[in-house]
Design a protein around this ligand. Structure first.
Ligand code: AGP
Length: 610
């Protein structure tokens, strides 16, 4: 969603802001803009569409100045045009604001100010911030009082930056629910949505917490808590792993990330399985006593992470025999669910910033429950607000369509369920040993699937004209069917639905025709025969079948128009392998249709608003 960058120092602000905005591009956006204080006056450049439009504008109409703010906007209030793009202003154009999140009481504030003859020009909720600052600023001359009063008037989840012509050395900020990070280097200050937007010279950072606000200047940061008390931020070092932000010869980040999966799984193995063959989660921070007594687990997550949670449920029920539920975080947060002691709420989130998942954590904590989060960024909001944490070790994921993070979620969930099972004396060391041996084979098995990517590309080219797809799977492969369908629709804009194979006859079978390919995930497992029945049902209606099957099986390919094999393995391992050809299918269909897979329309990498 929206990306924020602020800079004060001695470099030309526009170039630092553009660099940061390009780095935040992966979050998803539909317009971009900057405001720079140039010889005492605020100069703004903004446009709809890609950052390159803004860059062109800056080349044609340069700005000079060493302090500024920039923004990529993902439209919520008002269509994505240049008027609604950020920065937004007050009527005098002497205060500029960039904002991520939603000001929930914007309509009330707007009406109140309109009654006092304030004229609004955009349809955004954001515009109330500069207008309020201007309005209150007529009476309040003190920075501290002005910002505090303005923030106290706003309800919602947000992070914003403000620059003012009459305070040309400062960037003001506030965070309440949307991410914001302060970065520092010699004589320079930065405020960004995530650390990837820092230039290489930034060595120290501070993750601003909810309720905190203040300002930065070349000299440093002044920061206050919600009550207005001054606080001293503890800075930590910045990890600049630049390889994460390069495509390294791949055409797209998504393809690069699909191909990174063997090394991601290897990293998890290296960090989670000791030389003695024990599973460990050093960062977990939940007592063994508490985990051994667990009676119930409730997963809360969204999208791809929800599909991982569905498989996590099957793992935990199988290996730890704990009653487990999976909840859409968007539903869980409003449902006032029945939650009592001995229940662990588990949040799964690649970004660690998904608004609904974060709100679910708040509801669980309000009922005094412990929350364990599986996140890719330990310093993310979800990571910081949870009782315990599991690092996914997926590495930064740039492609909007989640691939390697999903596989990392599955491997960590499998390991965690075995860990819980051992604590509860449900699963034997021998069984754990056998599964760990299988997990260790995963990197080479994934490599072998990826080495056949060209086979999937050819199938994708033949399917590129199709507008509707059905994905079927049973047991561990039902969530895989949902995930395969989600990947395809996200980036190729084809309509795709995933179903449990047993549900097929209850409705979806009506859609079968040559125009609606059915993707069947039918490895050799306990429900193999049932999936074969699904294949027969499609064949009997002259449907088109693409099947994922276990190496060595000849029956499934003989029933299918297209087929792709995955290595033989136990049913717990299959979902980690079977999703990979489906990720490739989605990618290659998108490419064959001329779509841009890294930044699909309307989607954002981190859904930080409801
Ligand atoms: C994945 O391909 C999607 N872009 C999306 O469904 C995503 O998984 C969902 O928004 C949840 O994100 P999170 O894992 O960062 O919480």
């Amino acid at each position: 969603m929206c990306g924020i960058v602020g800079y004060v120092g001695s470099k030309l602000a526009d170039s630092v802001l553009l660099f940061g905005l390009y780095r935040l591009e992966y979050r998803g956006y539909d317009s971009a803009g900057v405001a720079v204080i140039d010889e005492g006056e605020i100069e703004v450049r903004k446009d709809q569409g890609k950052i390159r439009n803004l860059e062109k504008l800056l080349k044609e109409h340069p700005v000079e100045g060493n302090l500024g703010i920039g923004h990529t906007r993902w439209a919520t209030h008002g269509e994505p045009n240049s008027v609604n793009a950020h920065p937004q202003f007050d009527t005098t154009k002497s205060i500029a604001v960039v904002h991520n999140g939603i000001i929930e009481n914007f309509d009330t504030i707007r009406r109140d100010l309109q009654k006092k003859n304030v004229i609004f020009v955009s349809e955004t909720d954001t515009e109330v911030i500069p207008q309020l600052l201007n309005f209150f600023g007529k009476e309040i001359k003190n920075d501290y009082e002005l910002l505090k009063k303005t923030i106290e008037s706003l309800h919602g989840r947000f992070a914003f930056l403000v620059i003012m012509e009459n305070k040309p050395d400062k960037i003001f900020f506030s965070r309440n629910g949307s991410p914001l990070v302060y970065g520092r280097s010699e004589g320079e200050g930065f405020l960004v949505s995530d650390s990837s937007a820092f230039i290489a010279s930034v060595k120290e950072q501070y993750f601003i917490k909810d309720g905190e606000w203040g300002w930065i200047s070349k000299a440093g940061i002044e920061i206050f808590d919600q009550e207005g008390n001054k606080i001293v931020p503890i800075l930590t070092s910045v990890d600049h792993d630049l390889t994460q932000y390069e495509k390294n010869g791949f055409d797209h980040f998504m393809l690069k990330e699909i191909f990174e999966q063997p090394s991601v799984v290897q990293k998890i193995i290296d960090n989670r399985i000791t030389a003695e063959g024990k599973i460990h989660f050093p960062e977990l921070a939940l007592s063994n006593d508490f985990q051994a007594k667990l009676f119930r687990v409730v997963f809360t997550s969204a999208g791809t992470s929800l599909h991982a949670a569905m498989i996590g449920k099957l793992y935990i029920e199988r290996f730890a025999k704990i009653m487990t539920e999976v909840e859409f975080s968007s539903e869980f947060r409003y449902r006032n669910p029945i939650l009592e002691g001995d229940t662990l709420v588990v949040a799964i989130s690649q970004s660690g910033e998904t608004a609904d998942t974060l709100a679910s954590i708040h509801s669980a904590k309000a009922k005094f429950l412990k929350v364990l989060s599986f996140v890719n960024h330990l310093n993310s909001s979800i990571g910081r607000e949870s009782t315990g944490i599991v690092n996914l070790f997926a590495g930064t994921e740039i492609g909007v369509a989640s691939t390697k993070a999903y596989v990392a979620e599955l491997v960590n969930l499998l390991l965690y369920s075995l860990y819980l099972g051992k604590l509860k004396w449900i699963v034997s060391d021998e069984e754990i040993g056998l599964i760990l041996e299988e997990i260790k084979k995963l990197p080479s098995q994934i490599e072998s699937i990826l080495s056949k990517a060209e086979d999937i590309r050819k199938i994708a080219v033949e399917m590129r004209e199709k507008r509707d797809f059905i994905f079927l799977g049973r047991s561990f492969e039902h969530p895989t069917a949902l995930e395969g369908a989600l990947k395809l629709k996200e980036i190729s804009y084809a309509h795709a639905s995933g179903y449990a194979g047993g549900e097929f006859k209850h409705g979806p079978i009506a859609l079968v025709s040559k125009e609606v390919p059915v993707i069947c995930i039918c490895p050799k497992n306990e429900v193999y025969i049932k999936m074969v029945s699904n294949l027969e049902e499609v064949r009997a209606r002259n449907g088109i079948i693409f099947s994922i099957y276990t190496e060595g099986d000849t029956h499934v390919p003989s029933l299918s128009n297209y087929s792709f094999s995955i290595p033989e393995c136990s049913e717990y391992i299959v979902p980690i392998l079977s999703v990979i050809p489906l990720q490739l299918l989605a990618y290659y269909v998108a490419i064959a249709k001329g779509c841009e897979p890294d930044q699909p329309r309307n989607l954002a990498k981190a859904v930080t608003v409801e």
